[in-house]
Design a protein around this ligand. Sequence first.
Ligand code: GEM
Ligand code: ZN
Length: 383
Amino acid sequence: MTVALTPLEISADFDSGNITVLDASDPRQVRLAMRPDTRSPHFQWFHFKVGGLTPGQRHSFSLDNAGESSYNKAWSGYRAVASYDHINWFRVDTDFIDGKLQFSLEPTQPQAWFAYFEPYSRERHDTLIARAMTTAGMELLAVGKSIEGRDIQLLRKGDGADGKLKIWLIAQQHPGEHMSEWFMEGVIERLEQTQDAEMQQLLAVADLYLIPNMNPDGAFHGHLRTNAMGKDLNRAWQDSSAELSPEVFFAQAQMTKYGVDLFLDIHGDEEIPYVFTAGCEGNPGFTPRIDQLEQTFRSHLGGLTREFQSVHGYTRDLPGQANMTLACNSVGQTFDCLSLTLEMPFKDNDDLPDAQTGWSGKRSRELASYVLSTVAHMTGTLR
Ligand code: GEM
Ligand code: ZN
């Protein structure tokens, strides 16, 4: 005889929540679906809470539309994340079978959250901005507005004096790539270390321009890829507009105002289980100088940490074949500067796998420190 279990309460009506319940009548086997971005067919992000779990009873969840998601080849080798406190996250047993992503948990608590990756909340973002302006000595240089009116903060560490290098880092153009704002937290954390000799050397010659979250609307709504108008911001850098992509329009205006000597666009990748960069090799303005800078960045960062590598990554663009609507390519071309997309995995770094967490917010934060050391190492060569 099958013992009746407490009915489950499944919710996603919170910051970055995304789930649709198809059938939760059997608490042992729940059928769910991911909801697409607003005004866009993109989907892959999920984040939901389950109450009424029976500790010691295995509960299984199936995302029945995973086979139609934006990067449906990326589910192989992927493990969903879970948390009992919405703070500490761990990976759970996951399979991708017949187009359905199936994961299960034998809970120790009566409630749990599940997500595609460790979420970075708007509340934590607001705290991070406050930390940046107080303990990290950054100024709020400008504030743009998203489609729905959320603040896009541009922070600067440094006085903007003539002759200072302008180092730009932007994050989460793609709202589901929450690892990118975890990375930005690591940047700000390092800048809080007032006795950090390497940062003092960097800041003597360079100012840091940070946009920790380029797409707050998409993040809040649990989108994978687009803003509230269904626009992929990393395809808007040739035709940004106040009406459809105000987030990019704002960033470009600030870059034009202050200039750019190094640009890093921080992203996450669904499929490749490594940290890597993509460069501007396909740009019409790509030169041996830029090529050398890209190689120096990659070899130095790879020498600092095994959390970065250059063996695995995207196929290089052919000469003159770059997609100039991407931030990295557009900024690299416009400012003739070192410009890279930095990719962290939704899965894990297979060179240093962590069975408990996979890739995580903590590892994203730690990577940022090595990236800043690499930037500091390169200041004498950027121009
Ligand atoms: C990627 S960037 C793709 C860069 N590809 C090459 N070959 N340079 C995107 O926007 O699709 C970034 C991301 O989504 O993580
Ligand atoms: Zn991205």
